[in-house]
Design a protein around this ligand. Structure first.
Ligand code: 3HC
Length: 294
C-alpha cells in the first residue's frame, strides 16, 4: 500500500480576495460560494444587466436559505456586502485569485488569459473552471504558466461538493496545493487530476449522456422512462436528460466535441438531437426548455 501522505493541503499564498470572470450559471454560483465563505469577491461581466443577473441568482438562493431558517437577514446582507461587480476587467488588478467561468470556447478563453496576464498582480493565481479544455494551452497564453491551474466546479456550484483541481505540467505544485486548500476552505471536496480532456468526471460522464440521447433517438425509451430507469437503478439524483438540462446543452455539446477531438472514439460524435436543441436555443433549465420543459 502507498505510504500515508500528509493529506491536509496548505495555503501557500495569502488569499483574501477573489475575482470571478463571467456572469452565467457557473460564475454566479462560484461568486456565491466564495462570498458565503467570507471572501471579498469582485466579479466582472460584459454589461450591467449581466452583473444584475448574478445578484438576482445569489439573492434567490439566499432567500431560499432564509425561508428554510438556515440563514438570517443579517447573514444574507453580509454575503451581498462582500460583492463588487464591474464591467471592467481592470477591477481584477488587486485580487489574490481569479476564477474564470466564461464561455466554453478555447479562443475566447485564450484572449481572456492574455488579458489576465496583463491585469492581474504578480503572484495572483489564475484559475479556470473549464469543463474540458487544456489548462496547459491557457497557461501558455501567459508569461506566468506556473500560476495557472484548473478549479473545476460542478453545477449547481453552491450545492455540489466536488471540485477537480487540474494541474498542467507547467502548474507550480504550490499553486495546485493552494487551490486545493482554498477549495477546502469554502466547504468543497477537492480531487487532483491530470490535464486530460474531460479530466475525471466529464471524461466518464459525457459518453454516457451522449449514449442516452442516442438510445432515445433509436427508440430505446422515452425521456421519462430512461431518466426513471437510471435514477432507480443507479440511485442517482437525476436521470441523463434531467442532468443535461442542468448542465446546459450548449456546454454539453462543447464538452462532447472536445472529447471527440481528443480521443476520437467511434460513436462519440455528438448525438443529432443535442446539436438540434442547441441550434434551436433550447439549452436546458436556463432557457426553460431543453430535453424537458420548465
Ligand atoms: N442553486 C443553489 N442551490 C440549489 C440549487 C441551485 N440551482 N438547486 C438546489 N439547491 C439546493 C437547495 O436549496 C437545497 O439546499 P438545502 O439542502 O440547504 O436546503 C439542496 O440544494 C437540495 O435541493 P432540493 O431539495 O430542492 O432538490 P434536490 O434534492 O432535487 O437536489 C440537486 C437538487 C442538488 C440539483 C440534485 O438533483 C443533484 O445533485 N443533481 C445532480 C447534479 C449533478 O450531478 N451535477 C453535476 C453535473 S456535471 C457538471 O457540472 C460538470 C460540468 O463541467 C458540465
Amino acid at each position: 500500500a502507498a505510504a500515508a501522505e500528509d493529506v491536509t493541503p496548505q495555503l501557500r499564498h495569502d488569499v483574501t480576495s477573489i475575482g470571478v470572470v463571467g456572469t452565467g450559471t457557473m460564475a454566479s454560483g462560484i461568486v456565491q460560494v466564495f462570498a458565503q465563505a467570507g471572501y471579498d469577491v469582485t466579479y466582472v461581466g460584459r454589461s450591467q444587466d449581466k452583473l444584475d443577473g448574478v445578484i438576482a441568482y445569489i439573492t434567490k438562493n439566499l432567500d431560499r436559505a432564509v425561508a428554510k431558517g438556515k440563514l438570517d437577514e443579517d447573514g444574507k446582507a453580509s454575503v451581498l456586502d462582500r460583492l463588487t461587480g464591474s464591467t471592467e476587467r481592470e477591477a481584477l488588478g488587486g485580487v489574490d485569485v481569479v476564477v474564470e467561468a466564461i464561455a466554453e470556447d478555447l479562443e475566447i478563453k485564450r484572449e481572456l488569459f492574455r488579458d489576465l496576464d496583463r491585469i492581474a498582480k504578480p503572484g495572483a493565481i489564475l484559475a479556470t473552471t473549464t469543463s474540458s479544455l487544456s489548462i496547459a494551452d491557457l497557461a501558455a497564453q501567459t508569461g506566468r504558466p506556473g500560476d495557472v491551474v484548473g478549479i473545476h466546479f460542478f453545477n449547481p456550484a453552491p450545492v455540489m461538493k466536488l471540485v477537480e483541481i487540474v494541474s498542467a505540467d507547467t502548474t507550480s505544485p504550490e499553486v495546485a496545493e493552494t487551490a486545493k486548500a482554498l477549495s477546502l476552505n469554502v466547504g468543497k471536496h477537492p480531487v487532483s487530476c491530470g490535464d486530460r480532456a474531460g479530466f475525471i468526471v466529464n471524461a466518464l460522464l459525457f459518453p454516457y449522456l451522449n449514449d442516452a440521447i442516442r438510445l432515445h433517438e433509436n427508440g430505446g425509451g422515452s425521456l421519462e422512462e430512461i431518466d426513471t430507469a437510471i435514477k432507480e437503478n443507479a440511485k442517482l439524483p437525476m436521470g441523463p436528460f434531467e442532468l443535461l438540462d442542468v448542465v446546459g446543452n450548449d456546454v454539453s455539446l462543447a464538452i462532447q466535441q472536445t472529447l471527440v477531438g481528443a480521443f476520437g472514439h467511434d460513436g462519440w460524435a455528438p448525438a443529432p438531437t443535442l446539436e438540434k436543441l442547441v441550434a434551436d436555443g433550447q439549452l436546458g433549465r436556463k432557457t426553460k426548455a431543453g430535453f424537458h420543459t420548465y
